[in-house]
Design a protein around this ligand. Structure first.
Ligand code: HSE
Length: 291
């Protein structure tokens, strides 16, 4: 039997659409696997009632198929699906690391990323590495067709998850198909600034680099209260605020000094609109860990 903890993640970070991601120190999924003749799945925890246990419809079933590693797989969800926090990716990442260990397949962490991404495609309809890469490898990751580049970084973060449902398909449907050269130049500058900030553990640079004028504006309207929550977080000292993944979670970069007030301000802003929300005071953390 092998048990793995794989963290929730936040993809995009504004300027790095479908490329950037960070592992969050918490929340996380816990996945336990044991060898079996055929794959079966049991799920408990956050939002488990919405997740199919049929291996053909679950992200971890596809991972078990890809690794030719049939198993009984128990999933304890730390984060609900459709949160913008890489919920399905965390399960896929944990299963990939656990089954690789259980069956002694010998894949490296980087080699497990596309395998876990194929699993995630079962539920999201599309294979993206930007959530599974940080969940498997930890830190800040840059996932491209050339592979994954990882930077260990230490940045305090606040993630606020409102009681709003946003489907990834809808959030991908509203993004523009074309942009201008001016916005391309701005995005390259912001993404480079953010990357430098990660290398320097500098929340100011990371926050400044989270600005995005291409994807985020088109998605904001899917998250009621986004503008007021963003403004509240910035007023409380956040260095940058954007949508986490496809939403509805909103992520803020901050310092240890401002982290608590940023979290409270985001909750209060949602509360003023009668929207229930929960907040995670978290930071960039490690990837999947065998327990
Ligand atoms: N990069 C993806 C998106 C993450 O923003 O749509 C969710 O799969």
């Amino acid at each position: 039997m092998v048990t793995v903890r794989a963290p929730a993640t936040s993809a995009n970070l504004g300027s790095g659409f479908d490329v950037f991601g960070v592992a969050l120190s918490h929340p996380a999924d816990i996945v336990r696997v044991s060898k079996a003749d055929r794959t079966t799945i049991d799920i408990i925890g956050a939002g488990s009632q919405y997740i199919p246990e049929d291996p053909d419809k679950n992200t971890v079933g596809a991972v078990a198929d890809a690794l030719e590693a049939p198993a009984h797989i128990e999933i304890n969800k730390g984060v609900r699906p459709a949160s913008g926090l890489g919920s399905s990716a965390a399960s896929a990442a944990a299963a990939a690391v656990a089954l690789n260990e259980l069956y002694d397949r010998g894949y490296t962490r980087e080699e497990l990323v596309p395998i876990a991404a194929e699993g995630e495609a079962v539920v999201s309809g599309d294979a993206h590495d930007d959530n599974v890469a940080p969940s498997i490898m930890g830190g800040f990751t840059i996932a491209t067709d050339h592979g994954v580049t990882k930077v260990d970084a230490d940045i305090p973060l606040v993630v606020c998850l409102p009681d709003i449902v946003v489907s990834t398909r809808d959030a991908r449907g509203v993004i523009p198909r074309e942009t201008t050269v001016d916005k391309l130049v701005e995005t390259v500058g912001n993404a480079a600034t953010l990357t430098a900030g990660m290398h320097r553990n500098d929340p100011e640079l990371v926050g400044a680099g989270m600005h995005d004028s291409v994807i985020t504006p088109s998605r904001e309207k899917l998250i009621r209260g986004y503008d007021s929550v963003r403004t509240a977080a910035l007023d409380a000292g956040a260095t940058g605020v954007t949508i986490s993944g496809a939403g509805p979670s909103i992520i803020a970069a901050c310092t240890e000094t401002t982290q608590r007030s940023v979290g409270i301000s985001m909750l209060e802003a949602f509360d003023a609109l009668d929207i229930t929300a929960q907040v995670y005071q978290t930071k960039i953390g490690p990837g999947a860990q065998i327990l």
